[in-house]
Design a protein around this ligand. Structure first.
Ligand SMILES: [Ca+2]
Length: 290
């Protein structure tokens, strides 16, 4: 049985038209490799392990009476281009920072290393727990100041709350990075059914990425944002590149963590803690302005 040809046979072409098409073809062949080169090269300055969130509007917030008032209502926010880390910052990456700069985290500065449990980013579960297998887990027990110092060292910064939310849910108003409803096995939340009793190495959930390909935006660890928290910020916020309240007491955390139930890790949820605080379920990722 004859096979179906992969492409239809060429139609006969009249001589003058053939000459014109040959010329067009030469131009096309000259342009195509150049175009291909442009398409396959990363944009100028694209940093490793970051993705571009292209400029444009998105729907921020949620219209649902069951959530806290600070999360309501939906409003359109316009953001400029930015890059965001595909993964949460890991223990291995944070160790590079410490080694290169000699930076001392808040927990260490305040003597946590001397306390009996010795809890810090180096030993988030105490000195007795071996950390050798956790190089690719998100770093925890970092304050907002520690997170900010790391990002600055990388030539980056912490995301604004709006940048974080757009990276997590894209432009169609979805509630979770992958879609409208929670789906088990796409994020590290409370319980071991997802395979992890506490933090998971970054990038473990192949179907858990956001529309931009950013991983672990739901669950694993809460993530520091640059913004001061403002309870009523949504009602009077600027509509273009909002930067959070001018001043405040708390910094914003987003995304939920391994200690939270599924409904807490929704992309619109806003949480807040003091910038000096740190815990075993708070980490971060960085962004960069092109
Ligand atoms: Ca879990």
């Amino acid at each position: 049985m004859p096979r179906k040809p992969l492409a239809p046979s060429p139609l006969p072409i009249k001589a003058p038209l053939a000459g014109f098409l040959r010329l067009r073809c030469r131009i096309f062949l000259c342009i195509v490799p150049f175009t291909f080169l442009l398409c396959t090269c990363a944009p100028d300055g694209m940093p490793a392990d970051m993705v571009l969130v292209a400029a444009g509007p998105f729907r921020m917030g949620l219209n649902d009476a069951r959530v806290d008032a600070d999360e309501r209502r939906v409003h359109i926010v316009e953001l400029s281009d930015f890059y965001i880390d595909k993964y949460e910052v890991t223990n291995a990456q944070f160790a590079q920072f410490i080694e290169a700069t000699g930076y001392v985290t808040r927990a260490e500065e305040e003597g946590a290393e001397e306390r009996e449990d010795g809890i810090s980013w180096r030993y988030p579960e105490g000195r007795q727990v071996d950390m050798s297998g956790r190089r690719e887990h998100p770093v925890v027990y970092v304050s907002w100041y520690d997170a900010r110092a790391y990002c600055a060292w990388r030539g980056k910064r912490l995301p604004s709350e709006a940048e974080w939310e757009k990276s997590a849910r894209g432009m169609d108003g979805r509630l979770f990075p992958w879609g409208k409803t929670f789906a088990a096995g796409r994020a590290n939340v409370w319980g071991e059914e997802d395979g992890f009793a506490s933090t998971a190495p970054v990038g473990q959930f192949a179907l858990g990425g956001s529309p931009y390909g950013v991983d672990d935006m739901a669950g694993n660890v809460w993530e520091w944002c640059e913004d001061w928290y403002g309870e009523e910020y949504y009602s009077g916020r600027p509509e273009v590149d909002p930067q959070g309240s001018v001043e405040g007491r708390f910094k914003v955390l987003r995304g939920g963590a391994w200690i939270n139930r599924w409904n807490v890790v929704r992309a619109t949820n806003r949480f807040k803690i003091l910038p000096v605080e740190r815990s075993g379920f708070v980490g971060f990722r960085c962004v960069k302005t092109p």
